[in-house]
Design a protein around this ligand. Structure first.
Ligand code: AQP
Length: 336
């Protein structure tokens, strides 16, 4: 039997090359050897303001990005988190064994709490617990994530240990599988990670047209010119992208020019844009073709969510039994 893993992305906007290099590319690498369950984690996405009218479209858009990037529905399961209510039930159970101090120290929560002040909601505090629930419901052995998610994963491992200690061994401790592009930085604010929420100019979406990619790269922040000192964050980010999208020779060529202080950023950006455009070309084409078949995509999500629910229900039964919470189960099942 293939080991299973769960990984998910919030439907908060179009997926970008950070999501792709940090997470989705690893999903694709692992899908032959592991049984992958890929969530569109909408319950995570509602912890920040969003448009209810837009949400259904966002779910389909995220599924289109997953499929276009190379997720194979014959090998893996695509699901929507809110269609499997066991996720929130499991999260409540994990809440009951997680000290508040563990979640309060999570860097992303601390940052959001600083930004939002008293209006920071319980969902943001409990975000890593819901993420732990996502992971344990499928008894995930590995979790492919970008570097920014490592503190969340460490917390999930602590929660797993706490649960196993209290109720007996139930879950494997999930191992992080960090993608090649562990942390892609924003094009406009290169000291921050590339994020959907920083706006479209800071990221390159998997579905961006070539002219848009060219424009965004040409306006990416670098430094004012070859000077002394350390490489600026923007330049570092462009070299990182070049190491991921271009050939080794191209990377070495521009690095040599940089070291000799002869680099012309306009040339480097043009070449990088060309290489990103050709790498994303097949994804863009597959996405365009799939977007003409929304019913097919919807059916995949419904079937995938049903399959995922079967596993989630089974795990929850085992958990409830261990916790002494399995009352009248058979009678209720018969009545349903
Ligand atoms: N810049 C990044 N570099 C590498 N990996 C990244 N990931 C996200 N941004 C980068 C990885 O993508 C997966 C899913 O992320 P998510 O959308 O669920 O949440 P996020 O990390 O909060 O992504 P965004 O784009 O920053 O979304 P918003 O702005 O809505 O919060 C994770 O595995 C993550 O590591």
């Amino acid at each position: 039997m293939r080991q299973r893993y769960f990984s998910g992305i919030q439907p908060t906007g179009k997926l970008h090359i950070g999501n792709y290099l940090g997470a989705i590319k690893s999903w694709i690498e692992l899908q032959d050897d592991y049984e992958g369950i890929f969530g569109i984690v909408d319950y995570h996405a509602i912890t920040e303001p969003y448009s209810p009218k837009e949400m259904p479209k966002r779910i389909i858009d995220t599924a289109l990005d997953y499929l276009a990037a190379g997720l194979d529905p014959a090998k893996s399961t695509l699901m929507v988190q809110s269609l499997v209510p066991e996720h929130t039930e499991m999260a409540w159970i994990l809440n009951s064994i997680t000290p508040v101090s563990w979640v309060e120290r999570v860097p992303t929560y601390k940052e959001k709490a600083r930004k939002l002040g008293v209006s920071v909601n319980m969902g943001l505090l409990g975000y890593p617990i819901l993420m732990a629930a996502d992971i344990v419901l499928y008894k995930s052995a590995v979790v492919p994530v970008g570097e920014d998610q490592l503190p969340h994963l460490e917390l999930a491992r602590e929660i797993v240990r706490a649960f196993n200690n209290r109720y007996g061994h139930t879950f494997p401790e999930p191992q992080a599988y960090v993608g090649v592009g562990a942390r892609i930085m924003s094009l406009t604010e290169p000291t921050k990670k590339m994020s959907k929420s920083l706006g479209p100019r800071n990221y390159i979406a998997l579905s961006d047209e070539p002219a848009v990619i060219r424009d965004k790269i040409s306006k990416a922040v670098t430094d004012i010119g070859p000077g002394g000192g350390e490489m600026s964050p923007g330049t570092k980010n462009l070299f990182n992208l070049m190491s991921l999208f271009s050939t080794k020779e191209t990377y070495q060529h521009f690095m040599r020019l940089y070291n000799e202080r002869k680099i012309r950023y306009s040339d480097m950006k043009q070449k990088l844009a060309d290489d990103i455009i050709s790498a994303l070309g097949p994804i863009r084409e597959r996405r365009a073709a799939l977007s003409l078949r929304p019913e097919y995509v919807k059916a995949l999500l419904i079937e995938g969510s049903k399959d995922a629910r079967k596993i989630a229900k089974q795990t929850l039964l085992e958990v409830k039994e261990k916790m002494g919470l399995l009352y009248f189960h058979e009678q209720l099942e018969e009545a349903a």
